[in-house]
Design a protein around this ligand. Structure first.
Ligand SMILES: Nc1ncnc2c1ncn2[C@@H]1O[C@H](COP(=O)(O)OP(=O)(O)OP(=O)(O)O)[C@@H](O)[C@H]1O
Length: 241
């Protein structure tokens, strides 16, 4: 086991509102790590700090043993944000080419990676269209393709399958599972969806800026004597009647 992302005692407040309190997590290579929790729990705030877009008030975050934020880590991380950061006036392909050009990739590699990423999210036939003509789901898919483009060892995906139809969602999950296995990527995803949480190797349940419980889905269900993760979540949070 090799820890690739480590979060130690991280706290963050915005004004008087504490959003994360003393969060510690360790993510391993070759693992899908799920952050699950209700809206406003602090998941996006946490992943933004892992990417280096925000800094903890207290505590530290290291990615590949490098303290974050760090510019040199950008090449190592593929980040899919919750809101799409795309160029609407460019086509899907132009967006992909633009982002590919920001990374160290030769022309041939660029072509290959663009074709792979577009195919994975089923956008190959839509690449010549302007992004302004894309649906919300298509934009999400293009954002996911961009996160995968430079073949980074760490993928941080904030609700990657929201607005994506079940069939494509399944094939994206199959690819995430292949990437963590064959390619030994570290994949961190946030989700609200319990059946996606089941597919993660390790889960951290987040509520009100704290980790309620963490472990493999099987461990969590055993520990809380629960039939499913929803029940674990309720029991861990003490909200079950
Ligand atoms: N820049 C900011 N300034 C002020 N408050 C913020 C800021 N960013 C996040 N917050 C607040 O922090 C809390 C946690 O937000 P965050 O987006 O991390 O939650 P989340 O778990 O990702 O929720 P969701 O699943 O809805 O995306 C929310 O109450 C939010 O309003």
């Amino acid at each position: 086991m090799e820890t690739t992302v480590s979060v130690e005692q991280v706290s963050r407040a915005f004004g008087k509102k504490t959003v994360l309190s003393g969060v510690s997590l360790h993510m391993e290579k070759g693992q899908i790590y799920g952050l699950i929790g209700p809206s406003g729990a602090g998941k996006t705030t946490l992943v933004k700090m892992m990417v280096g877009m925000d800094k903890p008030d207290q505590g530290t975050i290291e990615v590949l043993r490098t303290p974050m934020p760090s510019l040199s880590m950008l090449q190592q991380i593929g980040y899919m944000a919750q809101s799409d950061a795309l160029y609407n006036e460019l086509t899907g392909e132009e967006n992909l080419r633009f982002f590919a050009s920001m990374f160290n990739m030769g022309k041939t590699e660029q072509k290959k990676r663009i074709a792979y990423a577009a195919e994975l999210v089923n956008l190959t036939d839509e690449l010549k269209k302007k992004v302004s003509a894309y649906s919300g789901g298509m934009k999400r898919r293009l954002s996911l393709a961009i996160a995968l483009l430079h073949n980074p060892p760490i993928l941080i995906l904030d609700e990657p399958t929201v607005g994506i139809d079940p069939e494509l969602r399944q094939s994206i999950w199959a690819e995430l599972i292949r990437l963590k296995g064959t390619e030994q990527k570290t994949i961190i995803i946030t989700t609200h969806v319990m059946d996606e949480a089941e597919k993660c190797d390790v889960l951290a349940m987040v509520r009100e800026g704290r980790i309620l419980a963490s472990g493999t889905p099987v461990q969590l269900k055993q520990q809380y004597e629960a039939e499913n993760l929803e029940a674990v979540f309720l029991r861990a949070g003490g909200k079950e009647s």
